[in-house]
Design a protein around this ligand. Structure first.
Ligand code: DGY
Length: 303
């Protein structure tokens, strides 16, 4: 923010909480450039109202919060923040995966509660991860970074993407599978696809039923890719064994059933939440804003 203050006049002070839709619109109407976050819904009405705005720098790699078709039609440049948050998000995916498999949160709660009576051979037994099969849905930057981390765990990697192998040179150990085969074969399934009309509810009751009853699912991508109601049912009835979620269908609300389930680890959308990643994301936004205001193409233009 000190760089922003040095280089720009702020139309609106940044908030650490989401602005109301009217405050958001009011701010955007006064600005030539804006940095918005993934919770800010930039709909057609807002885009049309913000007549002065030339660039909308989305402080996220995902941009499903922006009506791209309207932005494109009105000539508004939209940018995102790829690369700089890849490692942070891949690391958090592994943190969730391990936390679910090894019951880390349950263990923490037991110790803090004062209820721990000492080591026991059967206490909080979890699932061994090493050597098990990792299924990755979406093999962009973050999916690949998650796959690279699997080497240390000796986990065979299976992946599913909409465009299987076109022009990609993945290591030969990473094997493509149809969605059904990937879900049936994997011990851990992790989602790294963008939210689009095609991926909305990609994982519902039918897909969860394809998974092993011992498997768990991790989602650090976007909540609406998973049907949360179907997930709660699958967890409650033993269709799958566990879940690690960083994202939700209607953030910040979560399905009432989730919080009651011990086999679920819930995080508040922390994928990119490292100091390094968040600073870099800000710098990427500024680089894009300067490019557009100086009449150059934005390096991270999504439309
Ligand atoms: C993104 O950049 O899309 C992430 O979800 C933010 O943490």
């Amino acid at each position: 923010m000190s760089i922003v203050r040095e280089q720009f006049r702020l139309a609106q002070e940044p908030l650490d909480t989401l602005p109301t839709p009217s405050a958001l619109r009011e701010g955007l109407c006064q600005a030539d450039a804006a940095i918005v976050t993934l919770g800010d819904r930039i709909d057609a009405e807002t885009i049309h109202a913000a007549t002065r705005l030339r660039i909308l720098a989305n402080y996220a790699v995902g941009y499903n919060n922006v009506d791209l078709a309207t932005a494109q039609a009105r000539g508004l440049v939209v940018t995102n923040t790829p690369d700089v948050l890849t490692d942070a998000t891949a690391d958090l995916t592994w943190a969730l995966l391990l936390a679910v498999a090894r019951r880390v949160v349950e263990g923490d709660i037991l110790v803090r509660s004062g209820g721990w009576t000492g080591w026991s051979p059967t206490q909080l037994l979890g699932a061994e991860i090493s050597g098990k099969t990792l299924g990755i849905i979406g093999m962009g930057r973050i999916g690949q970074a998650v796959a690279r981390r699997a080497v240390g765990f000796r986990m065979p990697v299976r992946y599913h993407t909409r465009q299987p192998q076109t022009g990609r040179s993945f290591p030969s150990e990473w094997e493509y599978r149809s969605l059904q085969d990937l879900l049936g074969e994997s011990d851990v399934v992790t989602i790294h696809a963008p939210l689009t009309p095609t991926t909305h509810y990609l994982i519902g009751a039918r897909e969860l039923a394809w998974m092993k009853s011992t498997a768990c699912i991790v989602n650090t991508a976007r909540g609406p890719i998973v049907d949360e109601g179907a997930l709660v049912h699958a967890l409650k009835t033993g269709i799958i064994a566990g879940a690690g979620l960083d994202v939700y269908e209607r953030e910040p609300a979560i399905h009432a059933g989730l919080a009651q389930l011990k086999q679920v680890v819930l995080l508040p959308h922390l994928g990119s939440a490292t100091v390094d990643a968040r600073v870099q994301m800000g710098l990427v936004c500024l680089k894009n804003i300067h490019a557009v205001l100086d009449g150059h193409p934005a390096p991270n233009m999504v439309c």
